[in-house]
Design a protein around this ligand. Structure first.
Ligand SMILES: Nc1nc2c(ncn2[C@@H]2O[C@H](COP(=O)(O)OP(=O)(O)OP(=O)(O)O)[C@@H](O)[C@H]2O)c(=O)[nH]1
Ligand SMILES: [Mg+2]
Length: 389
């Protein structure tokens, strides 16, 4: 992003981070903008802050309207199942048809555009878990600037665990893909894993800057990071470093919110697509994302195919628990990829974590059935864990 902002701008951003009041935030962000020199190097940052301002304005409006109407149901479906995956795409590509084909939901399928106006959730069963798919309303060019509910639709994608970008093979699919990809990028939702990631969590005064190393710094030292944070008046924070993070990535994190969401491209209407070149140019445009051509009308076993693709994409890790002398649970606990015995214990019951002595392990990551393991053992899909406290 940027370096070398004038000190007044940096302290102004510090003021921005101190307030949660939307009106106040808008005012301070505008003051911040007036302190940022206008040149190529600050272009992205200025656009990003302007977008945050419009987003806040819209939120204020929405709250006012909601207050008038009384309590309206949330725009965002409550998460359910092992993971929430948002189906994003231009209008009429067949998002509703896909949801109908692979889940229990029955949204309206229509030959005319903009039939879906609100997010629609549905459950896709796969093996012994379920994925929650959410059909987003259609995404249009300019969504990242707020067009056609763009902010809300893109927030939906940001809050989800994964994204399906859906396009129509009969209608320049590469072009449709690039439009959606552009809007995601502008909203700082990354569809491929960045080389380095930094998360900054503010803490109370006096605790200092503490690093959590899940990766390393590239081209800078921890001291330089501390110095940069100090320029922004951040003196107490947990700084989590993943992958190989540059100083730029650290500064990016100060302004917030680049997130990575694993993404799959589904190219629909394969039954009606005459021309194989369209699929080829889509694959070219979407690389390195995987593209799966389907027909919601004609592809057999679509639910199972899609379930398997999502399972792999999201790195779903199912872990079964058991009590001594009993059979393992039928229903797995789904944990993040790379989770440890300790993290599983915390999910199940804080007592298991606090009073942990050891665990016994069966399955793919056990050296032998019933292996005795400690709290830091990394779990894999299909493991069974028995806690001893
Ligand atoms: N040939 C063909 N047509 C399809 C396929 N899937 C959907 N359609 C048609 O495409 C049109 C749009 O389908 P929807 O499922 O409503 O599309 P949508 O993306 O939900 O559309 P909006 O919510 O209105 O943006 C309908 O006329 C469907 O019958 C397919 O696999 N092949
Ligand atoms: Mg629809």
């Amino acid at each position: 992003m940027v370096t070398n902002l004038p000190p007044e701008a940096k302290s102004k951003w510090f003021e921005v981070t101190l307030t949660r009041n939307p009106q106040e935030r808008i005012r301070l962000m505008q003051e911040f903008l007036s302190l940022v020199p206008k040149h190529k190097g600050t272009e992205k940052l200025r656009a990003h802050v302007k977008r945050q301002i419009s987003q806040l304005r819209e939120e204020i409006d929405r709250r006012k309207r909601a207050a008038k109407r009384g309590r309206a149901p949330s725009y965002f479906p409550e998460k359910a199942g092992a993971a929430q995956v948002v189906i994003l795409g231009p209008t009429n590509v067949g998002r509703s048809s896909l949801l109908r084909a692979v889940t229990n939901a029955t949204p309206e399928v229509a030959p005319y555009p903009f039939a879906t106006r609100k997010p629609v959730p549905g459950m896709l069963p796969y093996l012994d878990i379920q994925f929650q798919l959410v059909e987003a309303p259609p995404l249009v060019e300019g969504a990242s600037e707020g067009r056609a509910d763009g902010f809300q639709i893109l927030s939906l994608a940001r809050n989800a665990d994964g994204i399906i970008i859906m396009v129509d093979l009969t209608d320049d699919p590469a072009d449709q893909y690039l439009m959606v990809a552009r809007e995601l990028e502008r909203s700082r939702i990354l569809t491929t894993e960045p080389e380095g990631e930094v998360e900054i969590q503010r803490r109370g005064h006096g605790s200092g800057i503490q690093f959590i190393w899940e990766g390393e710094l590239a081209g800078c030292t921890p001291d330089e990071v501390v110095r940069l944070l100090r320029e922004y008046k951040i003196r107490s924070a947990l700084v989590r470093i993943r992958g190989r993070a540059t100083l730029d990535v650290v500064e990016d994190a100060i302004f917030g919110n680049a997130v990575h969401r694993p993404t799959l491209v589904v190219a629909n209407k394969a039954d009606a697509a005459g021309d194989a070149a369209a699929l080829e140019s889509l694959r070219e445009a979407a690389r390195p994302l995987e593209v799966i051509p389907v027909s919601t009308l004609a592809t057999p076993n679509l639910a199972e195919t899609l379930g398997a693709k999502l399972f792999a994409l999201l790195g779903v890790t199912r872990v079964y628990t058991k009590e001594p002398g009993k059979e393992p649970s039928r229903v797995p606990v789904v944990v993040r990829r790379g989770a440890t015995v300790g993290e599983l214990a915390k999910i199940i019951h804080s007592d298991f974590y606090r009073r942990f002595k050891y665990a016994r392990l069966w399955g793919p990551s056990a050296k032998f059935p019933g292996e005795r393991v400690g709290i830091d053992r990394v779990l894999r899909d299909g493991d069974t864990v028995e806690f001893h406290v």
